[in-house]
Design a binder for this molecule. Structure first.
Ligand SMILES: *Cc1c(COP(=O)(O)O)cnc(C)c1O
Length: 366
């Protein structure tokens, strides 16, 4: 007998976000969740190890003061303009509740991070999809309509396309009376951050994460930058929910990762170089897609079904992401891995597509 009678009524209506697959064995080439193929900063690993002692009996600093000071310094802001959370997904969840519930629809691109409609449903916010143009670009003029807030990833996910700062500025200037949340999860791979606009636009909230460009998806640290009054609202929700979202290991590791500029520069440059190589190879195989400013490529093939390609790669122990949403159902989102991983992907695709490769074991051309 089902015990769903114990569920709070709202739970029946929710359809939750589906995270990308995390296989339990490590013989997979994982190009499906936009993690870094490189290890985190050695300094961060060392500082985290140093935290693992008897002090773990104590609660961590509930406000993550030294980490927030370090983030503020990095962006030339004040600590009261910085909020930190357990991954940027948590920061986003808190921001939707704290700043985006005004009885008017929140505007999001129709092709975007699929967690946004999930937060809207959780909080009873109407989510209005604003279509990308025919080339999958965000047109900021399309957002000039009544709204309870605007949420945009920049670069957008899963397209990888970035909005230049001039267009972000135009969007903010035209929308002074509701919050504009820019999710900059991938900004370090080639886009311009709007962090420099925080002092100019009180309605702007910039959200970033250490999961992608800092190679710390497993640590769960994200942050928001904005006017102190926006940050205060986030803190009020946080302290109504969980006072200690970041443990002391995470606070120390995140701070060290931000300090270790050399490691950050080295790994982002390697990913950007592999992205250029992989984009050219995929193009040679017949794929096309938008120009990526992120650590993934969003590609489609004129003669091949994306879901079948994903399955054929899976049989070769390579994971990539496919979304069923109609408009993008024939695209694959492929994380830029290490150079050897990118090369293994290209060899697998040559094999699957039946084009001359290193040593195709069979041809699957129809
Ligand atoms: C990966 C991702 C996040 C979540 O990052 P975490 O900090 O790991 O929670 C948020 N937004 C977008 C667009 C992402 O792709």
């Amino acid at each position: 007998m089902t015990q769903q009678r114990f569920w709070s009524p709202q739970i029946r209506q929710l359809s939750a976000y589906t995270p990308g697959e995390q296989p339990q064995q490590d013989d997979w080439i994982k190009l499906n969740t936009n993690e870094s193929p490189y290890p985190p900063s050695a300094l961060a690993l060392q500082r985290m190890a140093e935290q693992c002692d008897a002090r773990l009996r104590l609660y961590p600093d509930p406000r993550s003061t030294t980490l927030r000071d370090a983030i503020a310094a990095q962006f030339a802001l004040q600590p009261q303009q910085v909020f930190v959370g357990n991954g940027s997904d948590e920061v986003l969840a808190i921001a939707f509740m704290a700043l985006l519930r005004h009885g008017q629809p929140v505007l999001v691109p129709d092709v975007s991070y699929s967690f946004y409609p999930v937060y809207c449903a959780l909080y009873g916010i109407e989510c209005q999809a604003v279509p990308l143009d025919g080339d999958l670009h965000v047109q900021v003029t399309d957002y000039a309509q009544p709204n309870g807030g605007i949420v945009l990833p920049n670069p957008n996910a899963p397209t990888g396309l970035a909005l230049p700062l001039s267009e972000v500025r135009q969007l903010l200037a035209g929308n002074p009376d509701s919050v504009v949340l820019l999710d900059e999860a991938y900004v370090d791979f080639g886009a311009e951050s709007a962090a420099s606009l925080v002092n100019e636009f009180p309605q702007l909230l910039v959200v970033q994460t250490l999961s992608k460009s800092r190679a710390l998806a497993g640590l769960r640290v994200g942050f928001a930058l904005g006017h102190p009054d926006l940050i205060e609202a986030l803190n009020t929700v946080k302290d109504s929910f969980n006072s200690y979202p970041l443990d002391r290991v995470a606070q120390a590791g995140a701070q060290a990762a931000l300090e270790d500029r050399a490691h950050f520069d080295a790994i982002t440059q390697r990913i950007v170089a592999s992205r250029a190589w992989l984009a050219a190879e995929l193009q040679a195989l017949g794929f096309s897609g938008p120009v990526s400013s992120s650590n993934f490529l969003f590609v489609t093939h004129p003669r091949r079904d994306a879901a079948q390609l994903q399955q054929a790669l899976r049989e070769r122990k390579i994971l990539v992401r496919h979304f069923k949403q109609a408009r993008i159902a024939n695209y694959l989102r492929i994380t830029v891995g290490s150079q050897p991983e990118c090369e293994a992907l290209v060899r697998a695709l040559q094999d699957i597509l039946g084009q001359p490769g290193q040593s195709p074991s069979h041809s699957s051309t129809p």
